[in-house]
Design a protein. Structure first.
Length: 211
């Protein structure tokens, strides 16, 4: 169930989105949208205390939510792991399709990891949702590795998708980038896995001595 702040944020976002393609994710555009739907200063503070950043977060979250709903109606169990991840990433892009210009503006405002810490957090949350939809519930170092690798893939895919309207080419690009990430993950796991396993054994022995 949506909270009052979420309801207000959604109303504000709906009013802002038609402007974003032309103006970008600016506070000027956000304030104009707020006036259009008669949001008070207090309601604006409740809906998005961090301003435009919160509205971008909600924009991304809604696309993730829509992608997860669409994925739930597909038979992912018969697919291999990288195919499930590919399907999740494509479902997310499909959810963003009606707002391609808004994504382009968001990319320049911090959607991509080189934007800032908040941007990296956004991309990580997308990667986490896609991996969980693919059935990955790992809690060891593999969880972090998988999400880190996909987080590195997502910005490259978004940039390609923004300039390439052909869905088939986008799909091929996604598959190539995921294959590269899988190879990197396999190579890194051979080094990182034993190191982390050794560290875990050392930690466990220390805890046992302290009992």
């Amino acid at each position: 169930m949506s909270t009052p702040s979420q309801i207000l944020r959604d109303r504000w976002l709906e009013a802002l989105l038609p402007r974003v393609g032309e103006t970008g994710w600016t506070m000027v555009a956000a304030k104009q949208a707020a006036r259009e739907i008669e949001l008070t200063a207090g309601e604006q503070a409740l809906a998005a205390p961090n301003g435009v950043s919160d509205l971008i977060d909600r924009f991304i979250d809604r696309a993730v939510d829509e992608a997860l709903v669409n994925l739930s109606s597909e038979t992912l169990a018969t697919l291999r792991t990288h195919e499930r991840v590919s399907a999740g990433l494509k479902a997310w892009l499909d959810a963003l399709e009606p707002h391609r210009d808004a994504v382009r503006k968001a990319a320049g405002h911090g959607l991509l990891p080189w934007g800032a810490g908040a941007a990296a957090k956004r991309v990580w949350s997308i990667a986490d949702a896609i991996w969980e939809a693919a059935g990955d519930m790992a809690t060891d170092y593999n969880r972090q590795t998988k999400r880190a690798l996909l987080s590195a893939v997502i910005p490259r895919v978004v940039l390609y998708w923004l300039e390439q309207p052909d869905p088939e080419r986008v799909q091929r690009f996604i598959e190539m980038r995921l294959q590269e990430a899988m190879k990197l993950g396999q190579a890194g796991g051979k080094i990182l896995g034993p190191v982390l396993d050794f560290a875990e054994r050392v930690r466990s022995r220390r805890e046992a001595r302290d009992l």
